[in-house]
Design a protein around this ligand. Sequence first.
Ligand code: ZN
Length: 330
Amino acid sequence: MNDIFKDIIGHAIQKRKLSVLLEKKILPSTILFAGPEGIGKWKMAVRMAMYLHCGFPNPPCLSCSDCLRIEEGLHPDSVSIHPNENGIIPIGKEGSGEPGTVRWLIERLSMKSLSGITTALVDGIDRMRPEAQNALLKTIEEPSKGTYIFLIAGSVATVLPTIISRCFTLKFDFLHDEEVLQAIETMASQASELPLIAQAAGGSMANAVLLRDEGALEDIKNAMADIKEQINTGFSAMEHISRIEKKIGAEKLLDILLNIYRKNMKSVLLTGGIKGIIGDYFGEILFERVDTTLAVIKTIIQVRMELKRNINIVSALRGLLYEKTVSEQI
Ligand SMILES: [Zn+2]
């Protein structure tokens, strides 16, 4: 069979599994793509839908009107749904048919398709509240003939077990640094920075794309200087952190910082110092001491977990860093 994912980086095992299911024509009606964000799960699900709708030999051709309309989310027999501006996919009012809601999706999937095949791409089953997932459950349990549903989840922790038990689940992992590097090498960027970007991205293409923007690495460096200042002096205004948070969002910022401090920690543990590509660039704003690095890592993890409660990340970072570092030295 034609390698339908050939231009998508990484995930060799998952690609092979999906190809076998297509080749043997034993594709389950619902597949759950579970794993970290920004690594290509959505892209692979879209490619599956293209394969099913494309009428050309060796599908997907990626250029016929079926393929292109799926890519744009405009195919009459392929429906896709994404989180709203609050990061959730709402259930929607009964009978209102409001696009982008779970009830609208269910309605769309109950309609007869023109081609005999219907596909649904759900960008975040984990972004639906339990009642919304419950509403979708019946559609998943009793799919119409020729209906294929692709569910994407950043984390399965908030996916109902009843949903998971009805799906064929494919687990995904972060990309390797080399794979991220391979992917970003094809994009126009300053070549010398690419290995550094690949490492700081921590296996997420979404992070890599952000870090490729002009000045992004410098921004991260400034954010880390804020953290170092907080630890050294017990107070930082954290102006850079506030500014960068507005630019790329708290989640991405904390995620990238965490990747860098984890590499910092690994380098100190393995070599006794700050070495490697990360060390060369971030140098003195990293930490030589294992306990300090660990305190920073723990703080970031804690703040990241509390993001859902709409906390102010500057005061959370400041408070926790103070607690975990300065107070220990006294
Ligand atoms: Zn095509």
